[in-house]
Design a protein. Structure first.
Length: 297
């Protein structure tokens, strides 16, 4: 098996893991509130990443890697896992899973827009058109296709859920931008982000919710989120990118996950998938893939 074939297998495995996450979020939120889900999933992922780092014999590098950029890791930990997952789980708590997960895939457009003030990049006309196409898809998803009737966004819960979802894309884009400045082992780096974000998570649960008691079903779902979305999927994705000669192919495979996710959403959660969800999601993915092509040298 060639390295490219292995990379594609890892990418497919990652896409399959990601495709189950929206269903896992909604399942967990039936038993936990968003702060509790953030806490238990982050705890699970932190334990997993710590075990992996120890098994790899790199525990001694944790302190030295932190000392290289302490302020950066403190900032990254604030963004992810804390703010990103608070916003993301808040969106899933208020919106149908199909809407929340589709809106989350617009984050590359948020990255394109934030790169203008933060990285000094120019927004070309094709890039602007991609952003307009993606956010037109967002509008179609939010209004369920009735773009002339914005009453679909008028209800407090729906409006707040959409704001949470779009905020999560901005936070993730910020994390990605600042994360490019991070050096060293990527798994140790992720563990440090989680360790730095954990105090914020703990303080939020202590102030707004409770640590215990919680239903065993909620704890199991939170553990699944921590293991898959925050743990194994990240590790497999790193392997795929490391082995691939053509990273664009691997990246494109990842966009299977939102469509696979709709299968789990409809069959496990019982949501009826609106035609507007498919239309808006396709528009977002086309915009993202076009933008990626424009950015290639």
């Amino acid at each position: 098996m060639t390295n490219n074939t292995k990379a594609c297998c890892y990418a497919l495995a990652t896409a399959l893991m990601w495709s189950t996450i929206a269903t896992a979020f909604k399942t967990a939120l039936q038993h936990l509130d968003p702060p509790q889900l953030v806490f238990w999933s982050v705890i699970t992922s932190t334990v997993l990443l710590s075990i992996i780092v120890v098994i790899r014999g790199k525990a001694g590098l944790i302190a030295s890697q932190f000392r290289q950029s302490p302020k950066l890791f403190l900032l990254l930990g604030l963004l992810n896992p804390f703010l990103y997952h608070v916003a993301l789980f808040g969106a899933y708590d208020l919106l149908p899973a199909q809407q929340a997960q589709a809106l989350n895939y617009s984050w590359p457009m948020a990255l394109t827009l934030l790169a203008v003030p933060l990285l000094g990049r120019k927004l070309s006309t094709p890039s602007l058109l991609c952003c307009l196409l993606a956010y037109a898809g967002v509008l179609i998803i939010c209004t369920r296709g009735d773009v002339h009737n914005l009453q679909a966004l008028a209800s407090g819960a729906n409006q707040t859920g959409v704001l949470f979802a779009l905020a999560s894309t901005l936070i993730w884009a910020l994390y990605w931008i600042f994360n490019t400045r991070r050096a060293g082992d990527p798994i140790i780096g992720l563990l440090l982000c989680f360790l730095c974000g954990l105090p914020w998570v703990i303080a939020t649960v202590a102030g707004l919710s409770s640590f215990w008691p919680i239903a065993s079903e909620g704890l199991a779902a939170a553990a699944y989120v921590g293991l898959m979305e925050m743990g194994f999927a990240y590790i497999l994705w790193l392997k795929a990118l490391k082995l691939a000669d053509n990273t664009a192919l691997v990246s494109n495979i990842s966009y299977l996950s939102p469509f696979l996710s709709l299968i789990f959403i409809t069959n496990i959660l019982g949501e009826t998938i609106y035609p507007a969800t498919y239309v808006g999601l396709v528009m977002i993915i086309i915009a993202v893939l076009t933008q990626q092509r424009l950015c290639r040298p």
